[in-house]
Design a protein around this ligand. Structure first.
Ligand code: NDP
Length: 269
Protein backbone atom coordinates (compact mmCIF):
# COMPACT_ATOMS: atom_id res chain seq x y z
CA UNK A 1 0.00 0.00 0.00
CA UNK A 2 1.26 3.52 -0.75
CA UNK A 3 2.62 5.13 2.38
CA UNK A 4 2.77 8.80 3.37
CA UNK A 5 3.81 10.54 6.57
CA UNK A 6 4.35 13.90 8.20
CA UNK A 7 7.76 14.51 9.75
CA UNK A 8 8.44 17.13 12.42
CA UNK A 9 9.44 17.56 16.04
CA UNK A 10 7.23 17.62 18.04
CA UNK A 11 4.75 15.66 15.92
CA UNK A 12 2.36 13.78 18.23
CA UNK A 13 -0.38 16.45 18.02
CA UNK A 14 -0.23 16.90 14.23
CA UNK A 15 -3.65 17.02 12.58
CA UNK A 16 -2.20 15.83 9.24
CA UNK A 17 -2.91 12.09 9.70
CA UNK A 18 -6.63 12.66 10.34
CA UNK A 19 -6.84 15.24 7.52
CA UNK A 20 -5.24 12.90 4.95
CA UNK A 21 -7.25 9.90 6.14
CA UNK A 22 -10.40 11.98 5.61
CA UNK A 23 -9.24 12.97 2.10
CA UNK A 24 -8.38 9.34 1.24
CA UNK A 25 -11.86 8.17 2.27
CA UNK A 26 -13.54 11.04 0.45
CA UNK A 27 -11.67 10.35 -2.82
CA UNK A 28 -11.61 6.56 -2.38
CA UNK A 29 -7.84 6.31 -2.41
CA UNK A 30 -6.06 3.43 -0.68
CA UNK A 31 -3.11 4.67 1.36
CA UNK A 32 -1.66 4.94 4.85
CA UNK A 33 -0.54 8.18 6.51
CA UNK A 34 1.51 8.19 9.71
CA UNK A 35 3.68 10.51 11.82
CA UNK A 36 7.46 10.43 11.92
CA UNK A 37 9.30 12.08 14.81
CA UNK A 38 12.15 13.97 13.11
CA UNK A 39 15.62 13.60 14.56
CA UNK A 40 17.92 16.59 14.58
CA UNK A 41 20.93 14.57 13.40
CA UNK A 42 19.30 11.84 11.32
CA UNK A 43 16.59 13.88 9.53
CA UNK A 44 17.90 13.41 5.95
CA UNK A 45 18.53 9.68 6.54
CA UNK A 46 15.02 9.30 7.98
CA UNK A 47 13.51 10.82 4.82
CA UNK A 48 15.57 8.60 2.51
CA UNK A 49 14.78 5.47 4.54
CA UNK A 50 11.03 6.21 4.51
CA UNK A 51 10.99 6.78 0.75
CA UNK A 52 13.13 3.70 0.09
CA UNK A 53 10.59 1.48 1.83
CA UNK A 54 7.35 2.10 -0.14
CA UNK A 55 7.03 5.73 1.02
CA UNK A 56 5.55 7.80 -1.82
CA UNK A 57 5.60 11.21 -0.20
CA UNK A 58 6.04 13.24 2.96
CA UNK A 59 4.79 16.39 4.59
CA UNK A 60 7.44 18.32 6.49
CA UNK A 61 6.71 20.63 9.40
CA UNK A 62 8.68 22.63 11.97
CA UNK A 63 11.61 22.75 12.37
CA UNK A 64 12.68 20.88 9.22
CA UNK A 65 11.19 22.80 6.28
CA UNK A 66 14.52 24.46 5.36
CA UNK A 67 16.42 21.16 5.61
CA UNK A 68 13.86 19.50 3.36
CA UNK A 69 14.36 22.37 0.90
CA UNK A 70 18.12 21.79 0.94
CA UNK A 71 17.90 18.05 0.29
CA UNK A 72 15.37 18.02 -2.60
CA UNK A 73 16.72 17.43 -6.14
CA UNK A 74 14.02 19.45 -7.89
CA UNK A 75 11.98 22.35 -6.47
CA UNK A 76 8.72 23.99 -7.50
CA UNK A 77 8.84 27.74 -8.10
CA UNK A 78 6.84 28.42 -4.95
CA UNK A 79 9.19 26.25 -2.84
CA UNK A 80 12.18 28.04 -4.37
CA UNK A 81 10.63 31.42 -3.52
CA UNK A 82 9.62 30.32 -0.02
CA UNK A 83 13.07 28.85 0.73
CA UNK A 84 11.22 26.02 2.45
CA UNK A 85 9.59 22.70 1.53
CA UNK A 86 6.50 21.27 3.25
CA UNK A 87 5.72 18.52 0.71
CA UNK A 88 8.08 15.94 -0.78
CA UNK A 89 7.11 13.73 -3.70
CA UNK A 90 9.14 10.69 -4.71
CA UNK A 91 9.54 10.92 -8.52
CA UNK A 92 9.56 7.81 -10.70
CA UNK A 93 13.27 8.30 -11.48
CA UNK A 94 14.08 8.48 -7.77
CA UNK A 95 14.50 12.28 -7.59
CA UNK A 96 13.01 14.08 -4.60
CA UNK A 97 10.61 16.82 -5.73
CA UNK A 98 10.01 19.54 -3.13
CA UNK A 99 7.01 21.87 -3.07
CA UNK A 100 5.57 24.38 -0.63
CA UNK A 101 1.77 24.23 -0.46
CA UNK A 102 1.24 26.55 2.56
CA UNK A 103 0.70 29.70 0.49
CA UNK A 104 -1.47 28.18 -2.21
CA UNK A 105 -3.47 26.49 0.57
CA UNK A 106 -4.19 29.90 2.08
CA UNK A 107 -5.01 31.52 -1.26
CA UNK A 108 -7.34 28.66 -2.28
CA UNK A 109 -9.06 28.89 1.12
CA UNK A 110 -9.66 32.62 0.58
CA UNK A 111 -10.98 32.14 -2.95
CA UNK A 112 -12.87 28.83 -2.73
CA UNK A 113 -14.20 28.90 0.82
CA UNK A 114 -14.58 32.64 1.45
CA UNK A 115 -15.30 34.05 -2.00
CA UNK A 116 -12.42 36.55 -1.82
CA UNK A 117 -10.28 37.51 -4.81
CA UNK A 118 -6.86 39.11 -4.64
CA UNK A 119 -6.71 40.39 -8.20
CA UNK A 120 -6.52 44.19 -8.30
CA UNK A 121 -6.66 44.45 -4.49
CA UNK A 122 -4.54 46.53 -2.12
CA UNK A 123 -3.15 43.83 0.18
CA UNK A 124 -1.42 44.29 3.55
CA UNK A 125 0.58 41.40 5.01
CA UNK A 126 1.56 41.64 8.69
CA UNK A 127 4.75 39.81 9.68
CA UNK A 128 7.88 38.73 7.86
CA UNK A 129 8.62 35.26 9.23
CA UNK A 130 8.56 31.82 7.60
CA UNK A 131 4.79 31.70 7.06
CA UNK A 132 4.72 35.08 5.29
CA UNK A 133 7.68 34.14 3.09
CA UNK A 134 5.71 31.05 2.04
CA UNK A 135 2.53 32.92 1.05
CA UNK A 136 3.97 35.83 -0.92
CA UNK A 137 4.54 34.08 -4.26
CA UNK A 138 1.00 32.58 -4.39
CA UNK A 139 -0.47 35.98 -3.38
CA UNK A 140 1.51 37.79 -6.10
CA UNK A 141 0.46 35.24 -8.73
CA UNK A 142 -3.13 36.41 -8.19
CA UNK A 143 -2.07 39.86 -9.49
CA UNK A 144 -3.07 42.13 -6.60
CA UNK A 145 -2.79 45.90 -7.16
CA UNK A 146 -0.12 46.12 -4.45
CA UNK A 147 1.28 44.09 -1.56
CA UNK A 148 2.72 45.85 1.50
CA UNK A 149 4.63 43.88 4.13
CA UNK A 150 4.67 45.43 7.61
CA UNK A 151 6.80 43.97 10.37
CA UNK A 152 7.93 44.86 13.89
CA UNK A 153 11.55 44.37 12.76
CA UNK A 154 11.19 46.43 9.61
CA UNK A 155 14.53 45.29 8.10
CA UNK A 156 13.01 41.80 7.64
CA UNK A 157 10.07 43.34 5.77
CA UNK A 158 12.55 45.16 3.50
CA UNK A 159 14.44 41.92 2.76
CA UNK A 160 11.20 40.19 1.67
CA UNK A 161 9.98 43.26 -0.22
CA UNK A 162 13.22 43.37 -2.24
CA UNK A 163 13.03 39.65 -3.01
CA UNK A 164 9.35 39.62 -4.00
CA UNK A 165 9.26 43.13 -5.50
CA UNK A 166 6.62 44.56 -3.20
CA UNK A 167 6.44 47.29 -0.53
CA UNK A 168 7.70 47.35 3.06
CA UNK A 169 6.63 49.43 6.04
CA UNK A 170 6.62 49.77 9.78
CA UNK A 171 3.19 49.36 11.41
CA UNK A 172 3.24 53.06 12.35
CA UNK A 173 3.86 54.29 8.78
CA UNK A 174 0.96 52.38 7.20
CA UNK A 175 -1.68 54.69 5.73
CA UNK A 176 -5.23 54.33 4.43
CA UNK A 177 -7.60 51.41 4.10
CA UNK A 178 -6.53 48.09 2.60
CA UNK A 179 -8.84 45.69 0.75
CA UNK A 180 -7.33 42.61 2.37
CA UNK A 181 -5.24 42.38 5.56
CA UNK A 182 -3.47 39.09 6.29
CA UNK A 183 -2.03 38.55 9.75
CA UNK A 184 1.06 36.35 9.49
CA UNK A 185 2.60 37.41 12.79
CA UNK A 186 2.71 35.03 15.72
CA UNK A 187 1.42 37.81 18.02
CA UNK A 188 -2.05 36.20 18.13
CA UNK A 189 -0.53 33.07 19.70
CA UNK A 190 0.10 35.10 22.85
CA UNK A 191 -3.13 37.07 22.59
CA UNK A 192 -1.37 40.21 21.35
CA UNK A 193 -1.85 42.52 18.40
CA UNK A 194 0.63 44.56 16.40
CA UNK A 195 -0.03 48.33 16.79
CA UNK A 196 -2.53 48.77 13.95
CA UNK A 197 -4.25 52.06 13.14
CA UNK A 198 -8.04 52.14 12.80
CA UNK A 199 -7.73 53.75 9.35
CA UNK A 200 -6.35 50.50 7.87
CA UNK A 201 -9.88 49.08 7.91
CA UNK A 202 -12.35 50.55 5.44
CA UNK A 203 -15.84 49.55 4.36
CA UNK A 204 -14.59 46.82 2.00
CA UNK A 205 -11.75 45.43 4.11
CA UNK A 206 -11.61 41.66 4.63
CA UNK A 207 -9.17 40.13 7.14
CA UNK A 208 -7.40 36.77 7.37
CA UNK A 209 -5.50 35.45 10.40
CA UNK A 210 -3.13 32.57 9.67
CA UNK A 211 -3.58 31.49 13.27
CA UNK A 212 -6.71 29.49 14.13
CA UNK A 213 -8.47 28.30 17.25
CA UNK A 214 -11.81 27.60 18.86
CA UNK A 215 -12.26 31.27 19.80
CA UNK A 216 -12.04 34.31 17.55
CA UNK A 217 -8.40 35.46 17.42
CA UNK A 218 -7.48 38.89 18.83
CA UNK A 219 -6.71 40.09 15.30
CA UNK A 220 -10.12 39.02 13.98
CA UNK A 221 -11.79 40.54 17.04
CA UNK A 222 -9.97 43.81 16.25
CA UNK A 223 -11.20 43.64 12.63
CA UNK A 224 -14.75 42.75 13.69
CA UNK A 225 -14.91 45.73 16.08
CA UNK A 226 -14.13 47.95 13.09
CA UNK A 227 -16.83 46.37 10.93
CA UNK A 228 -14.66 44.01 8.88
CA UNK A 229 -15.36 40.33 8.27
CA UNK A 230 -12.66 37.72 8.03
CA UNK A 231 -11.53 34.16 8.59
CA UNK A 232 -8.89 32.31 10.56
CA UNK A 233 -6.24 29.91 9.24
CA UNK A 234 -7.99 26.59 9.79
CA UNK A 235 -8.84 26.51 6.09
CA UNK A 236 -5.18 27.23 5.29
CA UNK A 237 -4.13 24.17 7.28
CA UNK A 238 -6.66 22.00 5.43
CA UNK A 239 -5.89 23.74 2.12
CA UNK A 240 -2.14 23.09 2.25
CA UNK A 241 -2.90 19.42 2.97
CA UNK A 242 -5.33 19.27 0.03
CA UNK A 243 -2.66 20.64 -2.33
CA UNK A 244 -0.15 18.05 -1.06
CA UNK A 245 -2.74 15.30 -1.53
CA UNK A 246 -3.32 16.52 -5.09
CA UNK A 247 0.42 16.40 -5.84
CA UNK A 248 0.67 12.83 -4.59
CA UNK A 249 -2.62 11.36 -5.88
CA UNK A 250 -3.62 13.66 -8.76
CA UNK A 251 -7.08 14.04 -7.16
CA UNK A 252 -8.11 17.32 -5.54
CA UNK A 253 -10.15 16.74 -2.36
CA UNK A 254 -13.01 19.02 -1.36
CA UNK A 255 -12.03 20.98 1.77
CA UNK A 256 -15.06 22.92 3.07
CA UNK A 257 -16.73 19.91 4.71
CA UNK A 258 -13.56 19.02 6.61
CA UNK A 259 -13.01 22.60 7.76
CA UNK A 260 -16.60 22.63 9.09
CA UNK A 261 -16.10 19.28 10.84
CA UNK A 262 -12.79 20.35 12.46
CA UNK A 263 -14.34 23.67 13.51
CA UNK A 264 -17.15 21.82 15.26
CA UNK A 265 -14.70 19.45 16.96
CA UNK A 266 -12.62 22.40 18.23
CA UNK A 267 -15.71 24.18 19.55
CA UNK A 268 -16.97 21.02 21.30
CA UNK A 269 -13.65 20.55 23.14
P1 NDP B 1 7.92 33.13 12.72
O1 NDP B 1 8.43 32.93 14.10
O2 NDP B 1 8.77 32.73 11.57
O3 NDP B 1 7.59 34.70 12.52
C1 NDP B 1 6.86 35.39 13.49
C2 NDP B 1 6.47 36.78 12.98
O4 NDP B 1 5.59 37.38 13.92
C3 NDP B 1 7.64 37.74 12.81
O5 NDP B 1 7.39 38.57 11.71
C4 NDP B 1 7.61 38.53 14.14
O6 NDP B 1 8.15 39.83 14.04
C5 NDP B 1 6.11 38.64 14.34
N1 NDP B 1 5.73 38.88 15.74
C6 NDP B 1 5.84 38.01 16.76
N2 NDP B 1 5.33 38.57 17.89
C7 NDP B 1 4.89 39.82 17.56
C8 NDP B 1 4.27 40.87 18.26
N3 NDP B 1 4.00 40.78 19.58
N4 NDP B 1 3.95 41.99 17.59
C9 NDP B 1 4.21 42.11 16.27
N5 NDP B 1 4.82 41.14 15.53
C10 NDP B 1 5.14 40.01 16.16
O7 NDP B 1 6.49 32.43 12.70
P2 NDP B 1 5.74 31.78 11.44
O8 NDP B 1 5.93 32.72 10.30
O9 NDP B 1 6.14 30.38 11.28
O10 NDP B 1 4.20 31.77 11.93
C11 NDP B 1 3.43 32.95 11.99
C12 NDP B 1 1.97 32.62 12.27
O11 NDP B 1 1.40 31.88 11.19
C13 NDP B 1 1.72 31.80 13.54
O12 NDP B 1 0.59 32.32 14.19
C14 NDP B 1 1.42 30.40 13.01
O13 NDP B 1 0.56 29.70 13.87
C15 NDP B 1 0.70 30.75 11.70
N6 NDP B 1 0.77 29.67 10.70
C16 NDP B 1 -0.39 29.07 10.31
C17 NDP B 1 -0.40 28.05 9.38
C18 NDP B 1 -1.70 27.39 9.00
O14 NDP B 1 -1.68 26.37 8.32
N7 NDP B 1 -2.83 27.96 9.37
C19 NDP B 1 0.85 27.59 8.74
C20 NDP B 1 2.03 28.30 9.19
C21 NDP B 1 1.97 29.29 10.14
P3 NDP B 1 9.74 40.07 14.24
O15 NDP B 1 10.37 39.73 12.92
O16 NDP B 1 9.85 41.50 14.59
O17 NDP B 1 10.18 39.15 15.35
Amino acid sequence: MDQYAVVGNPIAHSKSPSIHTYFAEQTQQTLTYSTLLGDDIEFENQIRAFLASDGKGLNVTLPFKERAYAMCDVLSKRAEQAGAVNTIVMSENGDLFGDNTDGIGMVRDMIDNHGQTLKGKRVLVLGAGGAVRGVLEPILSEQPKSVTIANRTVEKAHVLARHFECLASTFEDLEGAFDIIINGTSASLSGRLPPLKDELVGEQTWCYDMMYGADRTVFLAWAHQRGANGADGLGMLVGQAAEAFYLWRNVRPETASLVALMRKQMEDC
